[in-house]
Design a protein around this ligand. Structure first.
Ligand code: HEM
Length: 195
């Protein structure tokens, strides 16, 4: 019972984060039209929307992670004996933990970088950031893990809703890849295409 309500709050935090991500990706795509990009971020930062987005995202991330840890602890307790008996291979949960920790670090590092940006010249800041090959790799790796995480979580949601048909899974893949592909287009364009 407690777990059900926890899962609902976790899913709600997931919805808030996904909504922000769609909005953030679409606003970042205006990078391909420098004037629109500048106009958008002048208003966004001018009316303080960035602080609202930041606070909402930090609360959503903290809630999501806290509940995920709680659910994981409960599940681990419930299954210790069964898994220990059959476990001949290394526990794949270790890789999941590492990838989630990487995703969290990526998001936190990105937020710190965004706070250090000179907001009066965000366009130039992004160009400067993605002239570094290491930064391009770091962002692509973060977006790759985000893709796997979103796909896996949404597949679980589909399963819970009893939607197991291939079409639903294809739609999830299409949505997730459009989102992360949209984000990835910016570092790739800056590094490989821009003069
Ligand atoms: C290549 C991909 C990305 C680019 C180019 C990008 C770009 C930016 C920029 C320019 C800002 C500063 C906005 C401002 O000063 O108003 C920012 C802020 C932020 N970004 Fe990203 N971002 C990317 C990916 C992500 C991802 C994947 C996440 C979350 C998982 C994320 C979360 C945030 C948050 C929470 C903020 C602070 C709140 C805000 O200003 O909206 N970003 N990002």
């Amino acid at each position: 019972m407690v777990l059900q309500s926890h899962k609902r709050i976790m899913a709600l935090a997931g919805v808030v984060m996904t909504a922000y991500l769609v909005f953030h990706m679409l606003s970042n795509l205006s990078f391909f039209s420098p004037d629109t990009f500048e106009q958008f971020y002048t208003v966004y930062n001018g009316v303080g929307l960035r602080w609202l987005a930041l606070v909402v995202m930090l609360i959503a991330i903290a809630t999501h992670v806290k509940i995920a840890i709680k659910i994981r602890k409960v599940n681990a307790k419930a299954r210790t004996i069964d898994y220990a008996r059959h476990d001949k291979f290394k526990n794949p949960a270790v890789f999941v933990t590492i990838s989630i920790l990487f995703l969290l670090s990526f998001i936190l590092i990105h937020i710190v970088q965004s706070l250090l940006f000179d907001t009066s010249q965000l366009y130039a800041e992004l160009i400067h950031l993605f002239q570094s090959f290491i930064m391009v790799l770091f962002y692509l790796a973060g977006l790759f893990v985000l893709t796997m995480h979103l796909q896996h979580s949404l597949a679980n949601v589909l399963q819970t809703l009893g939607k197991t048909a291939v079409i639903y899974h294809s739609l999830v893949w299409a949505g997730v890849l459009s989102l992360t592909g949209g984000f990835a287009s910016i570092p790739l364009y800056i590094y490989f295409v821009m003069p």
